[in-house]
Design a protein around this ligand. Structure first.
Ligand SMILES: Cc1cc2nc3c(=O)[nH]c(=O)nc-3n(C[C@H](O)[C@H](O)[C@H](O)COP(=O)(O)OP(=O)(O)OC[C@H]3O[C@@H](n4cnc5c(N)ncnc54)[C@H](O)[C@@H]3O)c2cc1C
Ligand code: FES
Length: 306
């Protein structure tokens, strides 16, 4: 089913917080409920543009959290558009087109697999969340939604995850600071009685073990796990390589691509899928199942820009 397309709303900056290499920015969006519904699926995104702006086009950012009509984003200031947004003062105007795209279908992922059905009843899949750099952005909202799915009573209703493992990789300590909203979400899950382990690594060893996020993933991934990943292309390819060697593991990836319209019209964000067909990241994704974007047999990614 195609998720409902969001509207273009003019919102105001309600709060901003510098988190190391990132900025956490919360926008107040009157009218969001009427156009987007009450609960946004994690992994969906919005196009943001400061008003006024020096940029011709808005920029895409994952919806990082939602509290009613307060919508938060975790933004890395890497160029003109993102710097403009992270430099805004409270009360400034921002145009928001969203929510857009297809997010992580948590309900579908939480269904017991054939592997789990062979085990005693009550065994539910484990969710493994993998984020790299700015790719951690969708996960505060995702963990909030998991609490709703996997809380008390969900087992009786036949869905939910048995436990959650969050594995995050950062370049250095400045990126670790940006992980604060994910750590808060992990703690809230634990407070609600859901087992949630967190492993964080940095490339330069300034926090936790030195290395890439794929090292702890390879160490901890178990048969039948459900993996959701968001990060640089090379990380996604390496995560897929580990998943496809693990029996019964499934994986979903949130992709990045340069975007213009954000709604499927301009074909500026097209990627080639594993079967050779083309997909628009903004409309058909940004979340894709692993076997859709990567060749199943090869270790390398099938995905490429045409
Ligand atoms: C669906 C989707 C969700 C996204 N979610 C987020 C998010 O939650 N948080 C976030 O920070 N970003 C996110 N991005 C990436 C974000 O859209 C880009 O970083 C942004 O468009 C850059 O615009 P700019 O004008 O600041 O930089 P540009 O002027 O477009 O680029 C300036 C320079 O920065 C480099 N650059 C551009 N993007 C990146 C990048 N991602 N990392 C490092 N260098 C880069 C370019 O190569 C260029 O050299 C998302 C992208 C997509 C498609
Ligand atoms: S950005 Fe225009 S089709 Fe995706």
């Amino acid at each position: 089913m195609i998720p409902p397309l969001g509207a273009r709303l003019l919102g105001q900056v309600a709060a901003t917080e510098k988190l190391g290499a990132f900025c956490w920015i919360t926008l107040e969006l009157p009218g969001w409920h009427a156009t987007a519904g009450e609960r946004v699926d994690p992994g969906r995104f919005a196009l943001l543009q400061a008003e006024p702006s020096r940029c011709f086009l808005p920029r895409a950012f994952s919806i990082a959290d939602q509290d009613g009509e307060l919508i938060s984003f975790l933004i890395a200031p890497v160029g003109e558009g993102s710097r403009e947004l992270t430099g805004l003062a409270v009360g400034s105007d921002v145009w928001v087109l969203g929510p857009l795209g297809r997010g992580f279908a948590l309900g579908e992922m939480a269904v017991r697999s054939e592997l789990q059905s062979q085990q005693p009843s009550g065994v539910r899949p484990r969710l493994v969340v993998v984020g790299g750099g700015a790719g951690i952005a969708p996960f505060p909202l995702l963990l909030r939604r998991i609490a709703d799915l996997s809380g008390p009573g969900s087992e009786a209703a036949g869905h939910g995850f048995s436990e959650v493992l969050v594995v995050l990789g950062y370049r250095d300590m400045t990126q670790v600071e940006g992980g604060a909203p994910v750590r808060t979400a992990v703690n809230s899950l634990r407070q609600r009685g859901i087992a949630c382990a967190l492993v964080e690594v940095t490339e330069d060893g300034s926090c936790g073990p030195a290395g890439l996020v794929t090292s702890p993933l390879a160490e901890h991934l178990r048969d039948g796990d459900r993996v959701v990943a968001c990060g640089p292309e090379a990380m996604n390819a390496a995560v897929w390589d580990i998943c496809r060697k693990t029996r019964g593991a499934s994986a979903w990836f949130s992709l990045e691509a340069g975007m213009a319209c954000g709604v499927g019209s301009c074909h500026g964000c097209v990627v080639r899928l594993a079967n050779g067909s083309l997909a628009r990241v903004c409309h058909d994704g940004p979340v894709f199942k692993g076997e859709t974007i990567f060749a199943v047999a090869d270790s390398g990614p099938g995905m490429e820009r045409p």
